[in-house]
Design a protein around this ligand. Structure first.
Ligand SMILES: [Mg+2]
Length: 308
């Protein structure tokens, strides 16, 4: 019996039974030949790996995302360098009870300057665990994620632009502090992960704060206040609004209301001016909204041509 099989597929099968197919096996077929094989030879079919969701393709795989992040981190570094040259009187941490109508920021005194960053999808991309979920076809599992926080060092990578920005920020004499919602029982694994990604040493409850280190659960204001006891925070950056202020985390807010709150004049003037948000279309509270919430009624349109 004759079989049609590609040279590249034959080479793969001969080389290793456990080889994994690429996302699109068709990409490897460069030439087709006719070969004779025994009737009883079962040709194993390598598993076809799933294609990552479009959001992951964009964030983790595209040139466009890399460029956007390099631009963002260059902007963050330049802002911090300028602020370090002329330290402000007020930090960029919203004071307790402050609102869009009555904004207030913590005073700095003569405290040393710090920049406070979220970790996941702000400083590091969690490639190892994300690819694991994709390969195994499962959705987010908190038990697996907890294990990732403990053991993921080495397969979480520094996001584009971060290492260069960190060098500039440190050269400007500004302390880099991480405020993450990873669990504080996993502080050692998180510090290992940041270090393995090339981002430097972080000391627990000095330059690394995690969920559980202050009241408020996954709200980060308590930790921002704690850090502000010792530092003047001149920049906050993250991939979610909660990395900036808990006031944006009100679950009663619809996506349009949350968007409008971010655009209130007192807050709007902070974006790029001490507050920085990085793109993350993969997960988080930004991934929400009905058709009506995402597309305003006045954007309704229908084609003027007839279906054939
Ligand atoms: Mg994050």
């Amino acid at each position: 019996m004759k079989h049609l099989i590609s040279l590249s597929a034959l080479a793969l099968l001969a080389a290793c039974q456990t080889v994994q197919a690429p996302a699109d096996p068709a990409e490897t077929v460069s030439e087709t030949v006719t070969v004779t094989m025994p009737e009883d030879t079962a040709v194993p079919v390598p598993p076809v790996m799933p294609t990552p969701p479009a959001t992951q393709q964009w964030l983790y795989g595209s040139a466009e995302a890399r460029i956007a992040l390099v631009q963002d981190w260059n902007e963050i570094a330049a802002y911090i360098e300028a602020k370090a040259a002329t330290p402000p009187n007020a930090s960029v941490v919203l004071a307790p009870g402050a609102t869009a109508d009555a904004p207030d920021f913590l005073a700095c005194g003569d405290k040393p300057l710090a920049a406070v960053f979220d970790a996941d999808e702000t400083l590091i991309w969690n490639l190892g665990v994300t690819a694991y979920f994709d390969r195994t076809g499962q959705s987010f599992d908190p038990k697996i994620w907890d294990n990732w926080e403990k053991t993921g060092a080495g397969t979480a990578v520094a996001m584009p632009g971060v290492e260069n920005a960190f060098q500039r920020i440190r050269n400007a004499g500004v302390e880099i502090i991480v405020n993450t919602n990873r669990d504080n029982s996993n502080h050692a694994g998180t510090a290992d992960t940041l270090k393995a990604a090339g981002l430097g040493e972080f000391a627990y409850q000095q330059t690394l704060f995690l969920k559980g280190d202050a009241p408020g659960g996954s709200g980060k204001d308590g930790r921002r206040y704690l850090i502000s006891d010792n530092y003047c925070i001149i920049a906050l950056a993250g991939d979610q609004l909660g990395d900036i202020a808990d006031i944006f985390n009100d679950r009663a807010l619809s996506p349009p209301e949350r968007k409008a709150l971010s655009a209130a004049p007192a807050f709007d003037q902070m974006w790029g001016n001490g507050w920085f948000i990085l793109p993350n279309p993969v997960y988080g509270p930004s991934i929400a909204g009905t058709l009506d919430e995402v597309f305003p009624a006045d954007s309704y349109w229908e084609p003027s041509i007839q279906d054939e």
